[in-house]
Ligand binder design. Structure first.
Ligand SMILES: Cc1cc2nc3c(=O)[nH]c(=O)nc-3n(C[C@H](O)[C@H](O)[C@H](O)COP(=O)(O)O)c2cc1C
Length: 196
């Protein structure tokens, strides 16, 4: 397939879809929530998760002040919550109250954990790196919440039970296919491909 090449990054959507999450924070008596699509796991031991947050966001100040945040993985059925918290700032709106975001008790941090989430990581900031117009916050995961039903009998998400939100950019959201997952067992695949 032919590819177009450009050096201009006027849109930055080529790596999408990305799982859309809600990152919550708490400082100075204020709770807040924002949509975050730029996030990833960085280390298993210790478990470290990264969220990329622009210094323009109200959440940024709360996370710097408290040294804590929570990453809430929200099912597609509640995708509107992501658009709502991603559509206004905590500077102007008490989003948890205004949008009726129910919480469950957090275990180790003060950042709220959302009832709607099928999983959530409570994180303590262990590092911050300015990458450009966003800061990467590195959070050690100090507690994990999950709905066992979302993960079927094993550790793998059961897409018949729960659909993560895939963000396509431009305010478009979708779901992953529920086609039966294909198991590509890496060792035997490599052995087969190398004829060993
Ligand atoms: C789907 C979606 C994903 C987003 N991802 C990010 C992100 O990864 N990092 C970021 O800084 N802002 C992101 N935003 C923008 C913030 O969520 C938005 O500016 C929000 O209003 C900030 O809220 P706050 O000022 O209360 O912190 C995203 C918005 C949407 C709708």
């Amino acid at each position: 397939m032919e590819k177009a090449v450009t050096e201009r990054m006027d849109s930055f959507y080529h790596h999408y879809p990305a799982v859309a999450t809600i990152v919550t924070s708490h400082a100075g008596g204020r709770d807040n929530a924002m949509a975050v699509a730029w996030h990833c796991a960085l280390s298993r031991q210790p478990p470290v998760y990264m969220v990329a947050i622009s210094p323009k966001r109200f959440s940024h100040g709360l996370i710097v002040e408290s040294g804590e945040f929570a990453v809430n993985f929200i099912p597609y059925a509640s995708a509107k919550l992501v658009a709502l918290v991603g559509g206004c700032s905590g500077r102007d709106v008490d989003k948890l109250k205004a949008f009726g975001l129910a919480c469950v008790p957090s275990h180790k941090v003060k950042a709220p954990v959302l009832e709607a989430a099928y999983a959530a990581y409570e994180c303590r900031v262990v590092g911050r790196h300015a990458t450009g117009d966003h800061d990467a916050f590195f959070g050690e995961i100090v507690a994990v919440h999950h709905r066992p039903a979302a993960y079927g009998s094993g550790r793998v998400m059961d897409l018949e039970q729960m659909q993560p939100i895939l963000y396509l950019g431009d305010d478009l959201y979708t779901v992953v296919s529920t086609e039966a997952p294909v198991c590509l067992e890496r060792q035997s695949l490599v052995r087969g491909a190398l004829g060993r």
